[in-house]
Design a protein around this ligand. Sequence first.
Ligand SMILES: Cc1ncc(COP(=O)(O)O)c(C=O)c1O
Length: 344
Amino acid sequence: MATYPTVFRLASRLDEIGFSDIVNIRNKIMALRANGATVYQFEGGEPYMNTPEFIKAAMVRALEENKSRYAPSSGVPELRSAIAEKVREKNRIPAHDSDVIVLNGGMQGLFGAFQSVVNPGEEVLRAIYYNTPQNPTGVVFTADEARAVARFAQDRDLIVVADEAYEDLVYEGDHFSVASIEGMFERTITCFTFSKSYAMTGWRLGYTVASEPWMTGLRKTTLYSSNGVSTPTQWAGLAAFTTESEILETHARAYRQRRDLLWTGLNEIGLPCAKPMGAFYAFPNVSRISNDSRAAAEILLERARVATVPGIVFGAHGEGHLRFSFSTSIETIEAGLDSLRRNL
Ligand SMILES: Cc1ncc(COP(=O)(O)O)c(C=O)c1O
């Protein structure tokens, strides 16, 4: 009988890529829950609040108005224009409408950026990934630090892929976009998202700002993959930008309160932790529990029913740390800390 061994083999370019540890953690949580356990969840990576009503209403309106057909692959012109205005005013990035593409979240922007900048098999440094505010440490880079990165990129002729997903979640200092520095727009691809600022993770709406030749790369990767973001979702995104509201300030206040509670509590328990300046993560050193962060996460989950993400997931420098999200209720933070105090 003839066999065709090569037909049922996954393309080799995917061999090196694994699924994230977070899937394993979620499975363990589900198993514990199925056995009746209460699990204090700090492993998440998304806003705990719901999408604001005025954004949901704009989506409903768009559907009622039958704004349901293909939009241009790079985005609805009105939204691209509003984004260009936003990045010029708020981020001080000198972008025109043609430098903006609407994408399925920050993730599609990062994918398109790296596809556009790095060649297959390339080992030389071609690009710097610059994430501020940072996941998982909560670090917010200062304007001076951004200038140092810019000088480094300019001296070595490198491209910067700036990930500013948490730009609106800053508790100390100010967010500063590296692409706003003189001469940096040309060599920076900046990825933004509605996910964290507007509690819209499930909507899959983001945008990326870049000049040529990078924008052509982003347009091609989009045209030949998703062919753009769902049209009504884009109209809802426009409402997020153009409707007068206090939502960003209200959310930032709520996160700051949770940050203070978790950060103080972790340090009191003896899990030393730098103060998160932005995003919604604390990243304590847990080496007194185990230097192996996967083992430490396991111990916290088994003994205290506290779910976290092992630092190793974020690279070798993350080993010995755990990521706790403070994007959850005050009650969960208090109960989780109490469980750690009693069970560690
Ligand atoms: C640092 C960072 N960048 C980008 C993203 C992508 O978010 P999304 O694809 O939902 O916009 C995330 C999501 O957690 C993130 O933490």
